[in-house]
Design a protein around this ligand. Structure first.
Ligand code: 13P
Ligand code: SF4
Length: 350
């Protein structure tokens, strides 16, 4: 839990972390916003969950808990606060509502979506199930509630392979991230196919063919942009760099990197090792956040690739969210109860 600081103390804290990259007047303005957020948060008995991709001034000042998708889902499930302000994207806020429906869940910006979540509909999943009858459906947590409701179990980047293996099924439908699916297939030694859309469901289904994972061609608009060429060029200039890639990157990029893991796994890797420098192939704010908290670490950045959705969440919008009680996330009960099963099965696996 973040202690409630005075504006002066918040400013000094921000200055210690960000004083080399942000001018004083900006830090003081952000410190004032952060303190007002923390004041209203306390008054309204709200909890703020902050994904690892939040910008550093927000990330290090207002969330009661920070973390990756899985860690924040666990916090959302357990909180006793009256409301949850989710500094992340819509599918994360929806997952919080699915897990803790009596709480008011607020998302500071309605525009905080996700290209993966937008890549598949509940009807797409139903079509896959008709085509591959009996195959359990694993949906990445980066999906909307109605897709989760059609799924047997969810997964996040930190437990995807464990979830697939837990099913002990000969064939598993894994949606919607093409690259995460390929990375899981590689890790678990499974053969993956990507069925074409627009087919008529095969008579009696397509069971018995030689595949174990059935994927979908959704992509993260951020991670799909990193290339092996990027890695080679960075290594040429900085031969001692250690490169970490999120599993939403292509399998070629993951293979060429030194480490792959969820956003929190990447943070822990940097904190627990002592390389001369690191490059994180993920949303750029992660590098800023680690550098702010660990000034002795040297982090390169590839900041031309940003998540436009995560970047919608600002201190200003977080304050407005608390002040005006916006934007309330609702999930229809009939969808929520089915989605809850899939999310709870995932949480039981860890
Ligand atoms: P994590 O679950 O690793 O935090 O990833 C969420 C995400 O949206 C990555 O782009
Ligand atoms: Fe979605 Fe990619 Fe943004 Fe993560 S980084 S929220 S997967 S668009």
């Amino acid at each position: 839990m973040i202690a409630e600081l005075s504006v002066d103390d918040m400013y000094l804290k921000m200055k210690a972390m960000l004083g080399d990259v942000a001018p004083d007047f900006e830090l003081r303005y952000k410190a004032e916003l952060a303190c007002e957020i923390n004041r209203i948060k306390k008054k309204k008995n709200a909890v703020i969950l902050g994904h690892n991709y939040m910008e550093p001034a927000l990330f290090h000042s207002v969330p009661d808990y920070t973390g990756d998708s899985l860690e924040l889902s666990r916090k959302a499930a357990r909180t006793a606060a009256d409301s949850i302000v989710f500094c992340g994207v819509k599918f994360m806020a929806e997952t919080a509502k699915i897990l803790n429906p009596t709480k008011t869940v607020l998302l500071p910006s309605v525009e905080a979506g996700c290209s993966l979540a937008a890549s598949i509909t509940a009807e797409d999943v139903r079509t896959l199930k008709r085509r591959f009858p009996g195959a359990p459906v694993v949906s990445y947590v980066n999906t909307y509630a109605d897709v989760k409701a059609e799924s047997d179990i969810c997964c996040t980047s930190s437990n995807a392979a464990a979830v697939v293996e837990s099913l002990r099924a000969s064939t598993v439908i894994f949606v919607p991230d093409e690259y995460l699916a390929k990375n899981v297939a590689r890790e678990t030694g499974k053969h993956i196919i990507f069925p074409a859309l627009g087919w008529p469901p095969a008579q009696g289904g397509d069971t018995g063919l030689d595949y174990q994972l059935i994927g979908w061609r959704g992509r993260c608009e951020v991670h799909e942009k990193f290339t092996v060429d990027d890695i080679e060029r960075v290594r040429q200039q900085f031969p001692d760099v250690v490169i970490l890639a999120h599993p939403e990157c292509s399998p070629e990029v993951v293979e060429a990197a030194d480490f792959s893991g969820s956003t929190s796994a990447m943070v822990r890797y940097v904190e627990r090792t002592a390389a001369p420098r690191y490059l994180l192939l993920t949303e750029c704010a992660m590098g800023d956040n680690i550098a702010a908290a660990n000034p002795e670490k040297n982090l390169l950045r590839l900041c031309s690739v940003r998540c436009p959705h995560m970047n919608r969440i600002t201190l200003e919008d977080t304050l407005a969210s608390l002040q005006r009680h916006q934007h309330v996330i609702e999930v229809p009960e009939e969808i929520r109860v089915r989605a809850l099963q899939a999310v709870e099965r995932m949480l039981a696996i860890g």
